[in-house]
Design a protein around this ligand. Structure first.
Ligand code: PLP
Length: 350
């Protein structure tokens, strides 16, 4: 926190805009749309709600409006990033679709374009791809967009972790959150800037922005009474939370510089060990360095097994395992976590 957050929260309270309307929400939407380079941003309660409405909107565009008690993706497969947080892919199930997980490449740890191309050969009817930029590192979007265009598929871009990360698309630097047909970011407490919660749906289409804004306020139609013609959600951003986000926005670039310094410090400090930091494409991307991660070289791995809740490892001199390292740093009161467990081996998706 920097101080400005308090000022905007106080102003919301003093002016009595303690609601899901107010100047802070408008400011967050306008400032973030401008930063990311999209025409419209819609303030929502969290990144998950932004992803849900993005996924639902894509489903409706592709397959038409569903009945109120049915999801727009019923009976449809959707290609999804595999190594990601489950919030990326849960909205597919909220709308009754089936996620098909696409393998991950080694250069950025994101969706592998070659695997995506192969998936379209196996399932040519699929028309929707949900892609996340893992740990703030942009994926291979040029290739992925090319493949999706060739197959007439829409993209939901999950930029929850990558706000402020840039990608060189057709020779131009653009922000993540502007690369899909429907895009989402998050202001969760652990993100590069935060409101404690909050998220944005991002688009260049006024019609889509209006639709998502309506859905997020219980689909109340523009009538003098409570008129409802579509299923609705209580997903709008709070003006108090927007006050915290508004105070954080001027510090986004500074947070990225700090995160980059952390990444480089680890890289330098770990240089003599048999580990590799999370990689990125220097020429085509500028990550926001949200999370610094490392993997252990295969020949330096000590044996380790994981069950659904517990684990077992063997200590071997000169070698180590993720869980042994996490236990060792926990002894110094330092927090570490395993890299996301891939979705295709989650019991939820089995
Ligand atoms: C990749 C990814 N997608 C979606 C989300 C969901 O965002 P939120 O927590 O704001 O709902 C998160 C983080 O929480 C995330 O890391």
């Amino acid at each position: 926190m920097h101080g400005e957050e308090q000022k905007w929260v106080d102003e919301a309270i003093q002016t009595n805009w303690v609601s899901t309307v107010g100047a802070n929400i408008n400011a967050v939407e306008d400032q973030m749309a401008e930063y990311i380079g999209v025409k419209y941003a819609v303030g929502l309660s969290c990144g998950t709600s932004a992803l849900h409405l993005a996924t639902k909107l894509a489903g409706e565009k592709l397959y038409g409006q569903a009945k109120p008690n049915q999801g727009t993706l019923q009976g449809r497969k959707v290609f999804c990033s595999d190594v990601t947080f489950d919030a990326s892919i849960n909205p597919v199930a909220y709308d009754d679709g089936e996620a098909v997980f696409i393998d991950t490449e080694y250069e950025t740890w994101n969706m592998d374009p070659a695997a995506l191309e192969r998936a379209f050969e196996l399932y040519p009817d699929v028309k929707l791809v949900v892609i996340a930029h893992l740990y703030g590192t942009p994926g291979k979007m040029e290739e992925i967009k090319h493949i999706c265009d060739a197959h007439g598929a829409l993209i939901v871009e999950d930029a929850a972790e990558s706000l402020g990360a840039k990608y060189k698309l057709n020779g131009e630097w653009v922000e993540t959150g502007s690369l899909g047909d429907y895009n989402a970011i998050s202001f969760n407490g652990n993100k590069i800037i935060t409101g404690s919660a909050g998220g944005l749906f991002l688009t260049n289409s006024k019609e889509d922005a209006d639709k998502v804004r309506k859905w997020s306020t219980q689909s109340r139609e523009a009538a003098p009474w409570y008129q409802h013609e579509e299923i609705g959600y209580n997903y709008r951003m709070s003006n108090i939370i927007a006050g915290v986000i508004r105070g954080q926005i001027p510090h986004l670039d500074e947070h990225i510089v700090q995160k980059r310094a952390i990444y480089e410090r680890y890289k330098e400090g770990l240089a003599d060990l048999p580990v590799k930091m999370n990689p990125f494409d220097f020429e085509k991307s500028q990550p926001n360095f949200w999370l610094s991660c490392c993997i252990i070289d295969e020949d330096a791995m000590a044996p380790m097994v994981r069950g659904e809740r517990d684990y077992l490892y063997k200590s071997i001199p000169g070698k180590s395992s993720p869980q042994e390292i996490l236990d060792a740093i926990a002894a110094f009161n330092a927090e570490g976590r395993p890299i996301w467990k891939p979705m295709h081996i989650q019991p939820l998706c089995a």
